[in-house]
Design a protein around this ligand. Sequence first.
Ligand SMILES: Nc1ncnc2c1ncn2[C@@H]1O[C@H](COP(=O)(O)OP(=O)(O)OP(=O)(O)O)[C@@H](O)[C@H]1O
Length: 602
Amino acid sequence: MVAEKGTISINTENIFPIIKKFLYSDHEIFLRELVSNAVDATQKLKKLASMGEFNGELGDLTVKVSVDKEAKTITISDKGIGMSAEEIKKYINQIAFSGAKEFLEKYKDTQDTNQIIGQFGLGFYSAFMVAQNVEIITKSFRDEPAARWICDGSTEFEITEAEKADRGTDIILHIAPDSEEFLENFRINQILEKYAKFLPVEIEFDGKVINNPNPIWTKSPAELTEEDYKNFYKELYPFSEEPLFWIHLNVDYPFNLTGVLYFPKIKKDFQLNREKVQLYSRQVFITDDVKDVVPEFLQMLHGVIDSPDIPLNVSRSYLQADSNVKKINSHITKKVADKLQELFRQDRKGFEEKWESVGIFVKYGIISDDKFYDRAKEFTLLKNVDSQYFTLDEYREKVQANQHDKDDKAVFLYANDANQQDAFITSAKKRGYDVLIMDSPLDAHFINAIESKLEKVTFKRVDSDSIEKLIDKGLAMESVLNDEEKKQVEELFKEVAGANTVQLESLPTDEMPVTIIQPEFMRRWKDMSRISGQNDMFGMMPMGNNVVINTNHALIDKLLKTTDADAQKQLAKQLYDLALLAQGMLSGSDLTRFVERTVAAL
Ligand SMILES: Nc1ncnc2c1ncn2[C@@H]1O[C@H](COP(=O)(O)OP(=O)(O)OP(=O)(O)O)[C@@H](O)[C@H]1O
Protein backbone atom coordinates (compact mmCIF):
# COMPACT_ATOMS: atom_id res chain seq x y z
CA MET A 1 0.00 0.00 0.00
CA VAL A 2 1.23 3.49 -0.81
CA ALA A 3 1.77 5.75 2.15
CA GLU A 4 -0.85 8.39 2.45
CA LYS A 5 -0.70 11.58 4.41
CA GLY A 6 -3.65 13.60 5.57
CA THR A 7 -5.11 15.93 8.14
CA ILE A 8 -7.37 14.79 10.88
CA SER A 9 -10.55 16.79 10.64
CA ILE A 10 -12.31 18.00 13.72
CA ASN A 11 -16.02 18.31 13.55
CA THR A 12 -16.99 21.45 15.45
CA GLU A 13 -20.42 20.11 16.25
CA ASN A 14 -18.84 17.37 18.30
CA ILE A 15 -16.24 19.45 19.98
CA PHE A 16 -18.51 22.23 21.14
CA PRO A 17 -20.37 20.31 23.85
CA ILE A 18 -17.01 19.10 25.13
CA ILE A 19 -15.74 22.64 25.46
CA LYS A 20 -18.93 23.64 27.20
CA LYS A 21 -18.99 20.86 29.73
CA PHE A 22 -15.42 20.04 30.46
CA LEU A 23 -13.26 23.02 29.80
CA TYR A 24 -13.85 24.36 33.27
CA SER A 25 -14.38 22.08 36.19
CA ASP A 26 -16.12 24.74 38.16
CA HIS A 27 -19.24 26.21 36.60
CA GLU A 28 -19.19 29.36 38.71
CA ILE A 29 -16.18 30.68 36.80
CA PHE A 30 -18.41 31.74 33.90
CA LEU A 31 -18.89 34.96 35.81
CA ARG A 32 -15.16 35.46 36.29
CA GLU A 33 -14.65 35.07 32.54
CA LEU A 34 -17.45 37.42 31.50
CA VAL A 35 -16.62 40.09 34.07
CA SER A 36 -12.94 39.82 33.06
CA ASN A 37 -13.96 40.36 29.43
CA ALA A 38 -15.98 43.43 30.43
CA VAL A 39 -13.00 44.76 32.39
CA ASP A 40 -10.71 44.04 29.43
CA ALA A 41 -13.00 45.93 27.07
CA THR A 42 -13.01 48.89 29.48
CA GLN A 43 -9.24 48.86 29.92
CA LYS A 44 -8.79 48.74 26.16
CA LEU A 45 -10.96 51.82 25.80
CA LYS A 46 -8.98 53.67 28.47
CA LYS A 47 -5.82 52.71 26.70
CA LEU A 48 -7.09 53.96 23.34
CA ALA A 49 -8.16 57.21 25.03
CA SER A 50 -4.72 57.65 26.55
CA MET A 51 -3.16 57.18 23.14
CA GLY A 52 -5.54 59.66 21.53
CA GLU A 53 -7.26 57.02 19.43
CA PHE A 54 -10.51 57.59 21.24
CA ASN A 55 -11.55 61.17 21.79
CA GLY A 56 -15.10 60.78 23.06
CA GLU A 57 -16.34 61.09 26.61
CA LEU A 58 -15.25 58.12 28.78
CA GLY A 59 -18.02 58.75 31.31
CA ASP A 60 -18.84 56.30 34.08
CA LEU A 61 -17.01 53.08 33.25
CA THR A 62 -18.50 50.92 36.01
CA VAL A 63 -19.20 47.34 34.95
CA LYS A 64 -22.67 46.30 36.10
CA VAL A 65 -23.88 42.82 36.91
CA SER A 66 -27.58 42.27 37.41
CA VAL A 67 -29.92 39.33 37.95
CA ASP A 68 -33.54 39.19 36.82
CA LYS A 69 -35.09 36.28 38.65
CA GLU A 70 -38.40 36.52 36.80
CA ALA A 71 -36.86 36.57 33.35
CA LYS A 72 -34.17 34.08 34.51
CA THR A 73 -31.35 36.19 33.13
CA ILE A 74 -27.99 37.47 34.29
CA THR A 75 -26.66 40.53 32.49
CA ILE A 76 -23.11 41.82 32.45
CA SER A 77 -22.87 45.34 31.05
CA ASP A 78 -19.81 47.37 30.29
CA LYS A 79 -19.00 50.71 28.73
CA GLY A 80 -15.89 49.44 27.03
CA ILE A 81 -14.86 49.36 23.40
CA GLY A 82 -17.84 47.27 22.25
CA MET A 83 -17.88 45.31 19.00
CA SER A 84 -19.17 45.86 15.51
CA ALA A 85 -21.02 43.02 13.76
CA GLU A 86 -17.79 42.25 11.92
CA GLU A 87 -15.87 42.07 15.16
CA ILE A 88 -18.41 39.71 16.69
CA LYS A 89 -17.93 37.43 13.72
CA LYS A 90 -14.20 37.60 14.12
CA TYR A 91 -13.82 37.37 17.87
CA ILE A 92 -16.85 35.45 19.04
CA ASN A 93 -17.66 33.13 16.17
CA GLN A 94 -14.14 31.88 15.85
CA ILE A 95 -13.38 29.97 18.96
CA ALA A 96 -9.83 30.30 20.18
CA PHE A 97 -9.09 33.37 18.16
CA SER A 98 -8.41 35.67 21.00
CA GLY A 99 -9.03 39.36 20.37
CA ALA A 100 -7.06 40.06 23.51
CA LYS A 101 -4.02 38.45 21.98
CA GLU A 102 -4.41 40.42 18.79
CA PHE A 103 -4.80 43.63 20.74
CA LEU A 104 -1.70 42.87 22.76
CA GLU A 105 0.22 42.03 19.63
CA LYS A 106 -0.75 45.32 18.06
CA TYR A 107 0.10 47.46 21.07
CA LYS A 108 2.88 45.38 22.53
CA ASP A 109 5.44 48.15 22.47
CA THR A 110 3.37 50.52 24.53
CA GLN A 111 3.15 50.49 28.30
CA ASP A 112 0.38 48.92 30.34
CA THR A 113 -0.84 46.23 28.00
CA ASN A 114 -0.36 44.06 31.06
CA GLN A 115 -3.75 45.14 32.17
CA ILE A 116 -5.48 42.93 29.67
CA ILE A 117 -6.54 39.59 30.93
CA GLY A 118 -7.76 37.35 28.12
CA GLN A 119 -5.30 35.04 26.45
CA PHE A 120 -7.01 31.96 25.09
CA GLY A 121 -10.10 33.14 23.29
CA LEU A 122 -12.29 30.59 25.03
CA GLY A 123 -13.53 32.34 28.15
CA PHE A 124 -16.69 33.67 26.57
CA TYR A 125 -17.95 30.18 25.84
CA SER A 126 -17.94 29.29 29.51
CA ALA A 127 -21.28 31.17 29.52
CA PHE A 128 -22.85 28.07 27.97
CA MET A 129 -22.06 26.06 31.07
CA VAL A 130 -24.95 27.84 32.79
CA ALA A 131 -26.99 29.44 29.99
CA GLN A 132 -29.22 27.87 27.34
CA ASN A 133 -29.12 31.03 25.25
CA VAL A 134 -26.53 33.76 25.23
CA GLU A 135 -27.22 37.17 23.80
CA ILE A 136 -24.71 39.90 23.03
CA ILE A 137 -25.92 43.42 22.44
CA THR A 138 -23.01 45.65 21.68
CA LYS A 139 -22.03 48.96 20.18
CA SER A 140 -18.50 49.74 19.17
CA PHE A 141 -16.72 52.92 20.28
CA ARG A 142 -16.30 53.54 16.56
CA ASP A 143 -19.30 55.03 14.86
CA GLU A 144 -20.93 51.80 13.74
CA PRO A 145 -24.43 50.37 14.15
CA ALA A 146 -25.11 48.32 17.25
CA ALA A 147 -25.30 44.56 16.79
CA ARG A 148 -27.14 41.70 18.44
CA TRP A 149 -25.86 38.15 18.45
CA ILE A 150 -27.70 35.21 19.87
CA CYS A 151 -26.78 31.58 20.13
CA ASP A 152 -28.36 28.59 21.82
CA GLY A 153 -25.14 26.74 22.38
CA SER A 154 -25.24 24.87 19.09
CA THR A 155 -22.91 25.93 16.31
CA GLU A 156 -25.70 28.07 14.82
CA PHE A 157 -25.99 31.73 15.66
CA GLU A 158 -27.94 34.72 14.50
CA ILE A 159 -26.62 38.20 14.08
CA THR A 160 -28.78 41.28 13.49
CA GLU A 161 -28.70 45.00 13.88
CA ALA A 162 -29.77 46.21 17.31
CA GLU A 163 -31.06 49.23 19.16
CA LYS A 164 -28.39 50.42 21.54
CA ALA A 165 -27.67 54.04 22.15
CA ASP A 166 -24.46 53.96 24.16
CA ARG A 167 -21.13 52.41 23.60
CA GLY A 168 -20.33 49.09 25.26
CA THR A 169 -21.54 45.53 25.59
CA ASP A 170 -24.36 43.76 27.39
CA ILE A 171 -24.00 40.02 27.71
CA ILE A 172 -27.35 38.49 28.59
CA LEU A 173 -27.39 34.91 29.84
CA HIS A 174 -30.67 33.04 29.73
CA ILE A 175 -29.98 30.65 32.53
CA ALA A 176 -30.60 26.94 31.96
CA PRO A 177 -32.96 25.08 34.33
CA ASP A 178 -30.13 23.11 35.92
CA SER A 179 -28.22 26.29 36.78
CA GLU A 180 -30.88 28.31 38.53
CA GLU A 181 -28.75 28.54 41.67
CA PHE A 182 -26.98 31.36 39.83
CA LEU A 183 -30.16 33.42 39.87
CA GLU A 184 -29.77 33.92 43.62
CA ASN A 185 -28.27 37.25 44.57
CA PHE A 186 -26.22 35.82 47.40
CA ARG A 187 -24.62 33.29 45.03
CA ILE A 188 -23.62 35.95 42.53
CA ASN A 189 -22.33 38.10 45.34
CA GLN A 190 -20.27 35.19 46.64
CA ILE A 191 -18.72 34.54 43.23
CA LEU A 192 -17.92 38.20 42.66
CA GLU A 193 -16.41 38.46 46.16
CA LYS A 194 -14.17 35.54 45.34
CA TYR A 195 -12.96 36.41 41.85
CA ALA A 196 -13.62 40.07 41.28
CA LYS A 197 -12.73 41.65 44.61
CA PHE A 198 -9.67 43.42 43.26
CA LEU A 199 -10.45 43.84 39.56
CA PRO A 200 -9.09 47.14 38.23
CA VAL A 201 -12.44 48.58 37.09
CA GLU A 202 -15.36 49.20 39.44
CA ILE A 203 -17.89 46.35 39.43
CA GLU A 204 -21.40 47.07 40.66
CA PHE A 205 -23.88 44.47 41.81
CA ASP A 206 -27.13 44.99 43.66
CA GLY A 207 -26.52 48.74 43.84
CA LYS A 208 -23.08 48.36 45.45
CA VAL A 209 -19.54 48.49 44.16
CA ILE A 210 -18.14 45.15 45.25
CA ASN A 211 -14.45 45.62 44.51
CA ASN A 212 -11.41 47.64 45.44
CA PRO A 213 -9.89 48.55 42.05
CA ASN A 214 -6.61 49.78 43.54
CA PRO A 215 -5.37 47.16 46.00
CA ILE A 216 -2.11 47.99 47.70
CA TRP A 217 -0.04 45.43 45.83
CA THR A 218 -0.48 47.50 42.68
CA LYS A 219 1.07 50.53 44.38
CA SER A 220 4.65 51.30 45.18
CA PRO A 221 5.81 50.64 48.76
CA ALA A 222 6.90 54.28 49.00
CA GLU A 223 3.29 55.42 48.75
CA LEU A 224 2.11 53.18 51.55
CA THR A 225 1.99 53.49 55.31
CA GLU A 226 1.98 50.80 57.97
CA GLU A 227 -1.74 51.48 58.40
CA ASP A 228 -2.37 50.78 54.72
CA TYR A 229 -0.78 47.35 55.02
CA LYS A 230 -2.71 46.54 58.17
CA ASN A 231 -5.99 47.70 56.66
CA PHE A 232 -5.43 45.64 53.58
CA TYR A 233 -4.78 42.61 55.75
CA LYS A 234 -8.13 43.21 57.44
CA GLU A 235 -9.76 43.50 54.06
CA LEU A 236 -8.37 40.12 53.09
CA TYR A 237 -8.96 38.34 56.38
CA PRO A 238 -11.53 40.23 58.45
CA PHE A 239 -11.40 37.77 61.34
CA SER A 240 -7.66 37.41 61.80
CA GLU A 241 -5.36 38.96 64.35
CA GLU A 242 -2.98 41.67 63.18
CA PRO A 243 -0.01 40.33 61.22
CA LEU A 244 3.51 40.47 62.63
CA PHE A 245 5.12 42.04 59.57
CA TRP A 246 4.97 41.87 55.82
CA ILE A 247 7.00 41.80 52.64
CA HIS A 248 6.08 43.81 49.59
CA LEU A 249 7.09 41.99 46.41
CA ASN A 250 7.76 44.00 43.31
CA VAL A 251 9.69 42.36 40.49
CA ASP A 252 9.82 43.37 36.83
CA TYR A 253 12.57 41.15 35.61
CA PRO A 254 13.01 38.30 34.63
CA PHE A 255 9.34 37.87 35.43
CA ASN A 256 6.60 40.13 36.55
CA LEU A 257 5.44 39.67 40.10
CA THR A 258 3.80 41.91 42.65
CA GLY A 259 2.26 41.11 45.97
CA VAL A 260 2.28 41.48 49.69
CA LEU A 261 3.06 38.54 51.94
CA TYR A 262 2.16 38.74 55.61
CA PHE A 263 3.62 36.81 58.49
CA PRO A 264 0.69 35.89 60.70
CA LYS A 265 0.79 35.20 64.42
CA ILE A 266 0.81 31.46 64.82
CA LYS A 267 -0.38 29.62 67.88
CA LYS A 268 1.82 26.87 69.18
CA ASP A 269 -0.61 24.12 68.29
CA PHE A 270 -0.79 25.54 64.81
CA GLN A 271 -3.60 24.01 62.88
CA LEU A 272 -3.52 24.32 59.15
CA ASN A 273 -5.02 27.71 58.71
CA ARG A 274 -8.00 28.62 56.64
CA GLU A 275 -6.40 31.83 55.47
CA LYS A 276 -4.13 31.26 52.56
CA VAL A 277 -1.95 33.09 50.09
CA GLN A 278 -4.12 34.07 47.16
CA LEU A 279 -2.84 34.00 43.64
CA TYR A 280 -4.03 36.61 41.16
CA SER A 281 -3.27 37.24 37.54
CA ARG A 282 -3.73 40.89 36.65
CA GLN A 283 -5.98 41.37 39.64
CA VAL A 284 -8.26 38.44 38.77
CA PHE A 285 -8.38 35.87 41.53
CA ILE A 286 -7.10 32.52 40.28
CA THR A 287 -6.65 30.23 43.24
CA ASP A 288 -5.61 29.97 46.84
CA ASP A 289 -3.82 26.74 46.14
CA VAL A 290 -0.38 28.18 45.59
CA LYS A 291 1.70 25.04 45.75
CA ASP A 292 4.65 25.21 43.36
CA VAL A 293 4.60 29.02 43.28
CA VAL A 294 5.15 29.50 46.98
CA PRO A 295 7.63 27.16 48.67
CA GLU A 296 5.90 24.69 50.91
CA PHE A 297 7.31 26.11 54.11
CA LEU A 298 5.88 29.52 53.31
CA GLN A 299 2.40 28.34 52.53
CA MET A 300 1.33 29.32 56.01
CA LEU A 301 1.99 32.92 55.08
CA HIS A 302 -0.96 35.14 54.23
CA GLY A 303 -1.45 37.71 51.52
CA VAL A 304 -1.57 38.06 47.79
CA ILE A 305 0.71 37.46 44.86
CA ASP A 306 -0.11 38.62 41.39
CA SER A 307 1.76 37.54 38.32
CA PRO A 308 0.77 37.56 34.69
CA ASP A 309 3.77 35.32 34.08
CA ILE A 310 2.51 32.27 35.86
CA PRO A 311 1.48 29.91 33.11
CA LEU A 312 -2.11 28.92 33.58
CA ASN A 313 -3.80 26.16 31.75
CA VAL A 314 -6.91 27.12 29.87
CA SER A 315 -9.15 26.60 32.81
CA ARG A 316 -6.75 28.67 34.93
CA SER A 317 -7.41 26.31 37.76
CA TYR A 318 -4.05 24.72 38.06
CA LEU A 319 -0.55 25.77 37.41
CA GLN A 320 2.14 24.17 35.44
CA ALA A 321 5.60 23.62 36.75
CA ASP A 322 7.78 25.64 34.43
CA SER A 323 10.95 27.61 34.85
CA ASN A 324 9.14 30.83 35.67
CA VAL A 325 7.29 29.14 38.48
CA LYS A 326 10.58 27.82 39.83
CA LYS A 327 12.15 31.26 39.59
CA ILE A 328 9.23 32.85 41.36
CA ASN A 329 9.45 30.24 44.05
CA SER A 330 13.11 30.89 44.76
CA HIS A 331 12.62 34.63 44.54
CA ILE A 332 10.01 34.46 47.28
CA THR A 333 12.31 32.34 49.45
CA LYS A 334 15.11 34.85 49.00
CA LYS A 335 12.89 37.82 49.80
CA VAL A 336 11.63 36.17 52.95
CA ALA A 337 15.17 35.34 54.08
CA ASP A 338 16.25 38.95 53.38
CA LYS A 339 13.38 40.35 55.39
CA LEU A 340 14.03 38.08 58.36
CA GLN A 341 17.72 38.92 58.30
CA GLU A 342 16.94 42.62 58.22
CA LEU A 343 14.55 42.36 61.18
CA PHE A 344 17.06 40.32 63.12
CA ARG A 345 19.87 42.76 62.51
CA GLN A 346 17.86 45.89 63.12
CA ASP A 347 15.87 44.84 66.14
CA ARG A 348 17.04 41.69 67.82
CA LYS A 349 14.69 42.12 70.78
CA GLY A 350 11.66 42.55 68.55
CA PHE A 351 12.76 39.56 66.51
CA GLU A 352 12.97 37.44 69.67
CA GLU A 353 9.48 38.52 70.65
CA LYS A 354 8.15 37.31 67.32
CA TRP A 355 10.16 34.12 67.37
CA GLU A 356 7.32 31.89 68.51
CA SER A 357 5.55 32.51 65.19
CA VAL A 358 8.50 33.30 62.96
CA GLY A 359 10.39 30.29 64.30
CA ILE A 360 7.77 27.98 62.80
CA PHE A 361 8.57 29.26 59.31
CA VAL A 362 12.29 29.28 59.87
CA LYS A 363 12.30 25.77 61.26
CA TYR A 364 10.06 24.48 58.53
CA GLY A 365 12.30 26.17 55.98
CA ILE A 366 15.43 24.62 57.44
CA ILE A 367 13.84 21.18 57.44
CA SER A 368 12.71 21.41 53.85
CA ASP A 369 15.18 23.59 52.00
CA ASP A 370 18.97 23.40 52.29
CA LYS A 371 19.47 26.70 50.56
CA PHE A 372 17.22 28.40 53.04
CA TYR A 373 19.34 27.04 55.88
CA ASP A 374 22.40 28.78 54.46
CA ARG A 375 20.59 32.09 54.77
CA ALA A 376 18.76 31.30 57.99
CA LYS A 377 21.59 30.00 60.14
CA GLU A 378 22.49 33.55 61.12
CA PHE A 379 19.07 34.30 62.60
CA THR A 380 17.88 30.91 63.77
CA LEU A 381 17.28 31.15 67.48
CA LEU A 382 17.35 28.64 70.29
CA LYS A 383 15.46 29.44 73.48
CA ASN A 384 16.41 28.01 76.86
CA VAL A 385 14.14 27.15 79.77
CA ASP A 386 14.95 30.56 81.30
CA SER A 387 13.57 32.27 78.17
CA GLN A 388 16.92 33.50 76.90
CA TYR A 389 17.54 33.40 73.16
CA PHE A 390 20.76 32.46 71.39
CA THR A 391 21.82 32.09 67.81
CA LEU A 392 23.35 28.72 66.92
CA ASP A 393 26.86 30.14 67.17
CA GLU A 394 26.18 31.93 70.43
CA TYR A 395 24.79 28.79 71.95
CA ARG A 396 27.72 26.64 70.99
CA GLU A 397 29.96 29.26 72.54
CA LYS A 398 27.91 29.24 75.73
CA VAL A 399 28.00 25.51 76.32
CA GLN A 400 31.43 24.88 74.85
CA ALA A 401 33.27 24.55 78.12
CA ASN A 402 30.87 22.62 80.30
CA GLN A 403 28.85 20.50 77.92
CA HIS A 404 31.46 18.56 76.03
CA ASP A 405 31.44 14.80 75.99
CA LYS A 406 34.38 12.48 75.73
CA ASP A 407 34.05 12.34 71.94
CA ASP A 408 34.54 16.10 71.79
CA LYS A 409 30.91 16.76 70.87
CA ALA A 410 28.98 19.68 72.28
CA VAL A 411 25.79 18.30 73.80
CA PHE A 412 22.77 20.58 73.49
CA LEU A 413 20.29 19.52 76.14
CA TYR A 414 16.61 20.20 75.69
CA ALA A 415 13.25 19.66 77.28
CA ASN A 416 9.99 19.56 75.39
CA ASP A 417 7.82 19.96 78.46
CA ALA A 418 9.42 22.01 81.21
CA ASN A 419 6.81 20.98 83.78
CA GLN A 420 6.89 17.29 83.16
CA GLN A 421 10.66 17.17 82.90
CA ASP A 422 11.29 19.47 85.85
CA ALA A 423 13.16 16.84 87.86
CA PHE A 424 15.57 16.25 84.97
CA ILE A 425 16.02 19.96 84.29
CA THR A 426 16.82 20.56 87.95
CA SER A 427 19.32 17.75 87.93
CA ALA A 428 21.01 19.11 84.78
CA LYS A 429 21.11 22.63 86.18
CA LYS A 430 22.75 21.34 89.35
CA ARG A 431 25.67 20.44 87.11
CA GLY A 432 25.73 23.85 85.53
CA TYR A 433 24.22 22.58 82.28
CA ASP A 434 21.95 24.76 80.21
CA VAL A 435 18.64 23.34 78.95
CA LEU A 436 16.82 24.46 75.82
CA ILE A 437 13.10 24.41 75.43
CA MET A 438 11.96 22.65 72.26
CA ASP A 439 8.23 22.46 72.44
CA SER A 440 7.05 23.25 68.93
CA PRO A 441 5.52 20.43 66.91
CA LEU A 442 8.26 20.75 64.32
CA ASP A 443 11.13 20.45 66.78
CA ALA A 444 11.79 16.72 66.40
CA HIS A 445 12.47 17.26 62.68
CA PHE A 446 14.20 20.57 63.25
CA ILE A 447 16.62 19.05 65.76
CA ASN A 448 17.44 16.31 63.34
CA ALA A 449 18.07 18.76 60.51
CA ILE A 450 20.25 21.05 62.62
CA GLU A 451 22.23 18.17 64.06
CA SER A 452 23.16 17.05 60.58
CA LYS A 453 24.29 20.56 59.65
CA LEU A 454 26.20 21.61 62.75
CA GLU A 455 29.45 19.85 63.18
CA LYS A 456 30.18 18.02 66.40
CA VAL A 457 26.90 18.88 68.03
CA THR A 458 24.43 16.41 69.39
CA PHE A 459 21.01 17.10 70.86
CA LYS A 460 19.72 15.12 73.83
CA ARG A 461 16.49 15.47 75.67
CA VAL A 462 17.11 15.83 79.42
CA ASP A 463 15.23 12.65 80.20
CA SER A 464 16.99 10.54 77.59
CA ASP A 465 19.70 9.24 79.87
CA SER A 466 20.87 9.21 83.44
CA ILE A 467 22.55 12.43 84.42
CA GLU A 468 26.00 10.85 84.32
CA LYS A 469 25.53 9.64 80.78
CA LEU A 470 23.60 12.56 79.44
CA ILE A 471 26.90 14.22 78.77
CA ASP A 472 29.28 11.34 78.97
CA LYS A 473 32.59 12.76 80.01
CA GLY A 474 34.08 9.32 80.50
CA LEU A 475 34.42 9.75 84.26
CA ALA A 476 32.68 6.67 85.64
CA MET A 477 31.82 6.64 89.33
CA GLU A 478 32.55 3.64 91.47
CA SER A 479 29.55 1.59 92.51
CA VAL A 480 29.22 0.86 96.22
CA LEU A 481 27.55 -2.47 95.43
CA ASN A 482 29.30 -5.71 94.63
CA ASP A 483 28.22 -7.89 91.72
CA GLU A 484 26.04 -10.13 93.85
CA GLU A 485 24.17 -7.16 95.28
CA LYS A 486 23.77 -5.61 91.84
CA LYS A 487 22.18 -8.78 90.55
CA GLN A 488 19.77 -8.84 93.47
CA VAL A 489 18.73 -5.20 92.88
CA GLU A 490 18.27 -5.82 89.21
CA GLU A 491 16.01 -8.83 89.87
CA LEU A 492 13.89 -6.89 92.33
CA PHE A 493 13.23 -4.08 89.89
CA LYS A 494 12.72 -6.34 86.93
CA GLU A 495 9.80 -7.78 88.81
CA VAL A 496 8.08 -4.39 89.23
CA ALA A 497 9.15 -2.68 86.00
CA GLY A 498 7.14 -4.81 83.58
CA ALA A 499 8.45 -4.66 80.04
CA ASN A 500 10.87 -1.81 80.71
CA THR A 501 14.60 -2.34 80.72
CA VAL A 502 16.38 -2.08 84.06
CA GLN A 503 19.69 -0.28 83.99
CA LEU A 504 22.00 -0.03 87.04
CA GLU A 505 24.19 3.02 87.37
CA SER A 506 26.56 4.53 89.87
CA LEU A 507 25.29 8.04 90.31
CA PRO A 508 25.95 10.65 92.96
CA THR A 509 24.11 9.97 96.21
CA ASP A 510 21.98 13.09 95.87
CA GLU A 511 20.48 11.96 92.54
CA MET A 512 17.14 10.15 92.67
CA PRO A 513 17.20 6.41 93.54
CA VAL A 514 15.07 5.49 90.50
CA THR A 515 14.39 7.44 87.31
CA ILE A 516 12.64 6.57 84.08
CA ILE A 517 14.41 7.59 80.92
CA GLN A 518 13.41 7.50 77.25
CA PRO A 519 16.44 6.89 75.03
CA GLU A 520 16.90 9.72 72.55
CA PHE A 521 17.22 7.86 69.29
CA MET A 522 14.05 5.77 69.46
CA ARG A 523 11.98 8.53 70.97
CA ARG A 524 13.04 11.09 68.40
CA TRP A 525 12.27 8.83 65.45
CA LYS A 526 8.94 8.01 66.95
CA ASP A 527 8.16 11.73 67.39
CA MET A 528 9.22 12.44 63.85
CA SER A 529 7.12 9.74 62.30
CA ARG A 530 4.15 10.76 64.41
CA ILE A 531 4.37 14.37 63.20
CA SER A 532 4.79 13.31 59.60
CA GLY A 533 1.67 11.21 60.02
CA GLN A 534 3.55 8.07 59.03
CA ASN A 535 3.16 4.84 60.83
CA ASP A 536 6.47 3.49 59.76
CA MET A 537 8.66 1.06 61.58
CA PHE A 538 9.52 3.50 64.34
CA GLY A 539 6.00 4.77 64.80
CA MET A 540 4.67 1.24 65.30
CA MET A 541 7.26 0.10 67.81
CA PRO A 542 6.21 0.20 71.41
CA MET A 543 8.10 2.86 73.34
CA GLY A 544 10.28 0.97 75.82
CA ASN A 545 11.47 3.09 78.72
CA ASN A 546 14.59 2.41 80.69
CA VAL A 547 14.46 2.29 84.48
CA VAL A 548 17.71 3.67 85.89
CA ILE A 549 18.60 2.52 89.39
CA ASN A 550 21.11 4.65 91.23
CA THR A 551 23.09 1.95 93.02
CA ASN A 552 24.76 4.54 95.24
CA HIS A 553 21.55 5.88 96.73
CA ALA A 554 20.90 5.22 100.44
CA LEU A 555 17.44 3.78 99.71
CA ILE A 556 18.93 1.07 97.47
CA ASP A 557 21.16 0.15 100.37
CA LYS A 558 18.04 0.03 102.57
CA LEU A 559 16.30 -2.15 99.99
CA LEU A 560 19.10 -4.69 100.11
CA LYS A 561 19.07 -4.73 103.90
CA THR A 562 15.32 -5.39 104.08
CA THR A 563 15.06 -9.05 104.98
CA ASP A 564 11.29 -9.53 104.71
CA ALA A 565 10.61 -10.45 101.07
CA ASP A 566 7.21 -8.77 100.92
CA ALA A 567 8.48 -5.57 102.48
CA GLN A 568 11.40 -5.60 100.06
CA LYS A 569 9.14 -5.99 97.05
CA GLN A 570 6.87 -3.29 98.40
CA LEU A 571 9.76 -0.86 98.72
CA ALA A 572 10.97 -1.57 95.18
CA LYS A 573 7.46 -1.02 93.88
CA GLN A 574 7.16 2.23 95.83
CA LEU A 575 10.46 3.54 94.43
CA TYR A 576 9.45 2.64 90.92
CA ASP A 577 6.03 4.28 91.27
CA LEU A 578 7.68 7.41 92.70
CA ALA A 579 9.83 7.62 89.58
CA LEU A 580 6.74 7.28 87.40
CA LEU A 581 4.95 9.88 89.49
CA ALA A 582 7.84 12.35 89.13
CA GLN A 583 7.30 12.23 85.38
CA GLY A 584 3.54 12.27 85.39
CA MET A 585 3.49 8.69 84.13
CA LEU A 586 1.50 7.22 87.00
CA SER A 587 -2.23 7.20 86.43
CA GLY A 588 -5.48 5.30 86.84
CA SER A 589 -5.65 2.35 89.23
CA ASP A 590 -1.83 2.33 89.59
CA LEU A 591 -2.03 5.85 90.99
CA THR A 592 -4.93 4.98 93.29
CA ARG A 593 -3.11 1.96 94.71
CA PHE A 594 0.06 4.01 95.14
CA VAL A 595 -1.83 6.62 97.17
CA GLU A 596 -3.52 3.91 99.28
CA ARG A 597 -0.19 2.18 99.98
CA THR A 598 1.45 5.45 100.90
CA VAL A 599 -1.36 6.40 103.26
CA ALA A 600 -1.20 2.97 104.90
CA ALA A 601 2.54 3.28 105.39
CA LEU A 602 2.32 6.64 107.17
N1 LIG B 1 -17.48 42.58 26.80
C1 LIG B 1 -16.76 42.59 25.66
N2 LIG B 1 -16.52 43.75 25.00
C2 LIG B 1 -15.77 43.75 23.89
N3 LIG B 1 -15.20 42.67 23.33
C3 LIG B 1 -15.41 41.49 23.94
C4 LIG B 1 -16.19 41.38 25.13
N4 LIG B 1 -16.23 40.08 25.47
C5 LIG B 1 -15.48 39.40 24.56
N5 LIG B 1 -14.99 40.24 23.64
C6 LIG B 1 -14.14 39.90 22.49
O1 LIG B 1 -14.23 38.51 22.26
C7 LIG B 1 -12.95 37.90 22.36
C8 LIG B 1 -13.07 36.51 22.84
O2 LIG B 1 -13.39 36.48 24.22
P1 LIG B 1 -13.04 35.25 25.09
O3 LIG B 1 -13.44 35.48 26.49
O4 LIG B 1 -13.61 34.03 24.46
O5 LIG B 1 -11.48 35.17 24.96
P2 LIG B 1 -10.35 36.07 25.61
O6 LIG B 1 -10.92 36.94 26.68
O7 LIG B 1 -9.62 36.73 24.53
O8 LIG B 1 -9.42 34.95 26.25
P3 LIG B 1 -9.72 33.99 27.51
O9 LIG B 1 -9.99 32.63 26.97
O10 LIG B 1 -8.47 34.04 28.23
O11 LIG B 1 -10.90 34.57 28.21
C9 LIG B 1 -12.17 38.85 23.26
O12 LIG B 1 -10.79 38.72 23.07
C10 LIG B 1 -12.70 40.20 22.80
O13 LIG B 1 -12.07 40.65 21.64
